[in-house]
Design a protein around this ligand. Structure first.
Ligand code: DGT
Ligand code: MG
Ligand code: MG
Ligand code: MG
Ligand code: MG
Length: 253
């Protein structure tokens, strides 16, 4: 069939193929979730319904894209890590980013009621996204550590801040002043001495976020392996974690 005279416009599409043999990370983040969390009465500082919904939406994504090795989520963000050798969508950045964001965002809405029950979804949420390439394992591990360290820093601050406001009867600006210039040890001490809260006993999901991983499980009764997606709240900042899970980063075909 003859080409139409309009077809030249196709050439305006730019190549966005990602470098081969490097880690592809897609990170999504809720747009203006400061407002979204207020409008939907999220518990402060952590709403377990919101975190579980994020995890479930990410689980839905992992279930669909087998080339995703793992995903890490905290607050209003989720990072998805492709296996190095993926050829999904010929490694085209826009295809990878948009399909993942789309599946995640629609799942967030689709499963809202499963977690929020009688709390209605007032308006459609938006998630932004980016693709980042990491050339070696150390960079990827540092990326994962960076995101998990972020959970800890934010959660210790937020837990202390909201304890001062909700239990210590400080105004938000007073609590902010009180925490200005404090280090982790000071915040732990405020929680423990003034409110009898041992930060170490806070739920793991709040302190460490959630890592979704694929695991091969052997079923004795069926005499076969099956792949499942598990959620963990392990400490990725410890090198022991990466030793124990070294097979995660092996370049499987
Ligand atoms: P952005 O990402 O630049 O469009 O702006 P935000 O507002 O989404 O800011 P971001 O992503 O840095 O911070 C996440 C916001 O979401 C933060 O204001 C707190 C809120 N948020 C996330 N999870 C929870 C939760 O479990 N409970 C409450 N109360 N708020 C949460
Ligand atoms: Mg953002
Ligand atoms: Mg956000
Ligand atoms: Mg965020
Ligand atoms: Mg199409």
């Amino acid at each position: 069939m003859a080409k139409s005279s309009f077809e030249y416009v196709k050439k305006f599409e730019l190549d966005d193929t990602l470098l081969p043999n490097s880690w592809i990370v897609v990170r999504l983040d809720g747009k203006c979730f400061h407002k979204f969390s207020e409008e939907h009465n999220f518990a402060k500082p952590n709403d377990i319904r919101a975190l579980k919904l994020m995890n479930y939406a990410a689980f839905t994504v992992l279930r669909e894209f087998n080339d995703l090795l793992m995903a890490f989520g905290q607050s209003d963000e989720y990072s998805f890590i492709f296996k190095k050798s993926t050829t999904l969508y010929k490694r085209r950045a826009a295809k990878l980013l948009t399909t993942i964001n789309s599946k995640f965002s629609t799942s967030y809405v689709f499963y809202w009621k499963k977690f929020f029950e009688e709390e209605p979804l007032k308006y459609p949420p938006t998630f932004d996204g980016r693709v980042v390439l990491y050339p070696n394992d150390e960079n990827l591990i540092d990326y994962m550590k960076w995101r998990q360290a972020d959970v800890h820093i934010n959660n210790l601050y937020n837990t202390t801040f909201w304890t001062l406001v909700l239990k210590g009867n400080l105004s938000p600006s007073q609590a902010e002043k009180r925490l200005c210039g404090t280090v982790s040890a000071d915040k732990n001490e405020i929680l423990f001495k003034e409110f009898l809260i041992n930060y170490n006993n806070e739920p793991e999901i709040f302190k460490r976020g959630t890592l979704l991983m694929r695991k091969s499980i052997f079923h004795n009764n069926l005499d076969k392996h099956s792949n499942v997606i598990v959620d963990t709240h392990d400490d990725m900042l410890k090198d022991r974690f990466w030793k124990e899970h070294s097979s995660l980063l092996l370049n499987k075909p």
